[in-house]
Design a binder for this molecule. Structure first.
Ligand code: MG
Length: 415
């Protein structure tokens, strides 16, 4: 069996940097979606894939059992991202998702952490092979949220598992038999949060060329708003006789620097930069100065009106915002946003709970508490508090083991 890949990544419309990365080095195909302030996201995703590409001291593993070699590479990548985040203050708290497919004869092995996804298109049907490691997915599994509510939930990007967070990383594993005609899709959430599963299936069915299919999926995600970085690998399973596989012996690790799209900047348009102030001509005299004074008064009035309207708008906006954060060592619900303007805080404490912030911070998913977890309403904030409470209690009791992702009908989950 041969595998041939098409790949495309794009920064999207809203983000300044592309924190997604991909690796194509037959037989390994992977997507990573980094997160973390400053340059943390870029560094985490690129570092993880570089570690996979050139693992240290794993030759023995990878020669006898390639999948064991890949899993060892992922553990190594986790260790390197964690170590780098701890040693460099600017990268503290960075992490990354990782979804990798290892092609081996007539099987495909999938290793997965985070909310990037792998899908299988077979017999005209698209099935998701991985389960998102997110807070909302956990709520769906516990029956507290419907699957379609999870798709649009404001907290859908809070991860419960990622590389670079904890020494002890659990990796979901899946092995499936593949046949010529099967098509695998590996993608970051920049695709799945913008484009419905039905539309993705339709595009994969209608575009036989894997590169054109990858291009089309990314274009559709951008047309739908392009809120996030988007990365897509389309991997076709071919007969031996179907020509060369792609990416053999070739390594491509893409980050923001090589996606071909410049970062957006805040520079002035050329017309504004070119504008010049020309002094009044000799003899034009007082009339021109009076007109100018009138114009300044008018613009000042407009400016004051705009500022007042903005402040009123900001007040109305802030009053409708909620977040969960820390208040003197306790988890608290705030009304407002976790920020201030000109020394004025744009929030106040609604309720301080009896939950210890330090205990919550020790749980990977709740590290965002430091900066405040924004939610849509008071009741959502209360829901987050309840989940933190359950997680803290769960830490004290022996933790329940998470079920592995539901495999496809022909898939055989590995041990
Ligand atoms: Mg993303």
């Amino acid at each position: 069996m041969r595998f041939r890949a098409g790949v495309r990544t794009d920064v999207g419309r809203l983000r300044e940097r592309n924190e997604d990365a991909y690796l194509i080095r037959d037989p390994v195909f992977a997507v990573a979606d980094g997160m973390g302030g400053h340059r943390g996201g870029d560094v985490a995703s690129a570092l993880a894939l570089e570690s996979l590409d050139a693992p240290e001291g794993s030759d023995e593993d990878s020669n006898s059992d390639p999948f064991a070699g890949l899993l060892a590479g992922i553990k190594e990548a986790n260790r390197r991202v964690l170590e780098r985040g701890e040693s460099d203050a600017a990268l503290k708290g960075m992490g990354t998702t990782l979804t990798a497919v290892l092609a081996e004869d007539d099987r495909a092995h999938v290793a997965h952490v985070g909310d990037s996804r792998a899908y299988l298109l077979r017999g005209g049907m698209l099935q998701q092979l991985t389960e998102d490691h997110t807070l909302v997915q956990r709520m769906v599994r516990e029956g507290r949220l419907k699957p379609d509510e999870a798709e649009t939930h404001p907290q859908r990007s809070i991860l419960t598992r990622a590389l670079g967070i904890d020494d002890d990383l659990e990796v979901d594993q899946l092995t499936l038999d593949v046949h010529p005609g099967d098509r695998l899709l590996i993608c970051s959430d920049g695709l799945t949060s913008m484009v419905s599963r039905e539309r993705i299936q339709e595009i994969l069915l209608s575009e036989p060329d894997q590169q054109l299919a990858a291009d089309r999926l990314v274009e559709v995600a951008i047309d739908a708003g392009g809120d996030d970085n988007v990365t897509v690998i389309v991997l076709d399973v071919l007969d031996e006789g179907d020509g060369p596989s792609s990416g053999e012996h070739a390594t491509v690790v893409s980050t923001s620097s090589s996606d071909g799209r410049p970062a957006r900047t805040g520079s002035l348009p050329a017309s504004a930069q070119a504008a010049r102030t020309v002094g009044p001509a000799e003899g034009a005299g007082r009339r021109k100065r009076r007109r100018r004074a009138g114009r300044i008064a008018m613009w000042t009035g407009i400016l004051v009106a705009v500022v007042v309207a903005s402040l009123v708008g900001l007040r109305l906006y802030v009053d409708r915002q909620w977040y969960v954060g820390d208040n003197a060592g306790r988890v608290a619900i705030y009304n407002g946003i976790p920020a201030g303007v000109l020394g004025f805080e744009l929030h106040h404490v609604q309720e301080t709970t009896d939950l210890d912030t330090a205990e919550a911070l020790r749980l990977g998913p709740w590290r965002a508490l430091r900066d405040g977890i924004t939610v849509n309403s008071l009741s959502e904030a209360e829901g987050v508090v309840e989940q933190i409470r359950r997680d803290i209690l769960g830490q004290e009791a022996p933790p329940p083991t998470e079920p592995s992702p539901s495999p496809s009908p022909t898939a055989s989950p590995s041990a």
